[in-house]
Structure formats: C-alpha cells, structure tokens
Design a protein around this ligand. Sequence first.
Ligand code: SAM
Length: 224
Amino acid sequence: MTTTAANTAAWQAHAKQRLADTAPQARTPPARMQWTQHPNTGPGAELLGDLAGQLVVELGCGPAHNLAHLVHHHQAVGIGVDAARAQIHRAKVLYGHLDGLTLLTADATEFLTTTKRTFDVVYCAFGALGLSPPDPILAGIRQRLHAGGRLGFSVPHIRSDNPPGPIADTLALPDGQHRPITRWIPSPAGWTDLLTRHGFTVDDQQFLPPTTRPGCLIMTAHPT
Ligand SMILES: C[S@@+](CC[C@H](N)C(=O)[O-])C[C@H]1O[C@@H](n2cnc3c(N)ncnc32)[C@H](O)[C@@H]1O
C-alpha cells in the first residue's frame, strides 16, 4: 500500500468508528472556524478574507465542520473534498442539508487536475497539505486558483527543523488503536520555499506553540 493510500485507510477507519459510535444527525454548523487542534484558539475565518459569494474549496475536509461554518455563517459557496469515503458520508449526514455546500470523495490532486473550475479560495485545515506530498497539490492549487485568489492552510508543527520529506506518525482511532500514517510537514522556511517555487507569495505565517498537544503552523498566501 502506498503511503497516501495508508493515510486514507486510517482516516476511513477513523470516520467509520465515529459513524458507528455517535450515529450523527444533521446539525447546525459550528459558530467558529478552527484552524488548530486546540478548540477555540487561534484565528478564525477572517484569515481567508470576505467570503460572501466566493467559491471556496477545502482539501481534506473530513466531516466538514469548518466548511459548513463558512457556508452557513459567511455565505461562501463551498466544495469539500476528501479521499476517505466515510469522511464524506459523515459530512453529508451532518451538513448535506446546507444550500451551497457540495461534498466529494476524491484525492486532492486528482480533484484539482480534473476539475475545469477556478476558485476564489482554497484551504486545508489539518487536511491534504500536511498529509500528502505537497508538490502536486500546490501545483494543482496554483492552476485552479484565479488571480487575486487566496490559499490558507494549517498543519501540526512538531519541530522548526522538520525535514521536507515524509515523516512517520500514528493516528489514534476513537477505539484507542493507532494506525500508521505519514505526514509532510516541512519547517516554516521549507513551506515558504515550496510556496515560492509554486508561484505563491506568502501573506502571513502564524505559529501557535505546543502545549499539551503539538504546535500548529498556519500560513496564508496568494498567487504571485
Ligand atoms: C485531520 S482530518 C481534517 C478534517 C478537517 N479538515 C477538519 O478540520 O475537521 C484530515 C483529512 O484529510 C484527508 N486527506 C488527507 N490527504 C488527502 C488528500 N490527498 N486528498 C483528499 N483528502 C485528504 C483525510 O482523509 C482526512 O479526512
């Protein structure tokens, strides 16, 4: 199994357990966007600018709490993409009733290289960027983001000298088992290099230091 297929399998297992445990029902989107793994800390949707009427894509949307927030509270038109079928199923149960929200099972790069549409905003909150090789995803985003568009992403930030290549990690499932996963989480300077190489200018970089959980790096950029 490839590293990205193993990641998808881990998230598929995670979502299936969540579906079995909690029997989710349609719900009102959360009042706040979460960029970090620390609830209610750090910036919110304001990092992405005015979203009213904007076509916004989340790559690795999981259960789509964040995208549902942007559609419901900021009047964005949202497309959520996730490689794990059970994540999209869970997202549809929770938020499929919202007008202006489309949810698709697809790998981020496959979606970006097959869609004919262009987007105002693309973002990942602990999503495809950080959990997949970043080069093809950034190339795809650059192709599909129109001039004046915005990119935002957050990733766990374990060490300031993280290598640019893959690093092994584990995902804790709701039942307490751990599945091996692979992350691509270069240093802040490494991300800046990647973004520059793919034709982006960095607008903002925020580092939330580790507490009981790993730190978090949040970056925004626009096509140069
Ligand atoms: C930690 S969850 C993030 C969920 C969501 N962004 C949130 O904030 O609640 C990571 C998700 O990214 C998805 N993912 C990772 N790599 C991906 C890729 N290359 N294409 C699409 N989805 C991907 C996984 O399947 C998983 O559902």
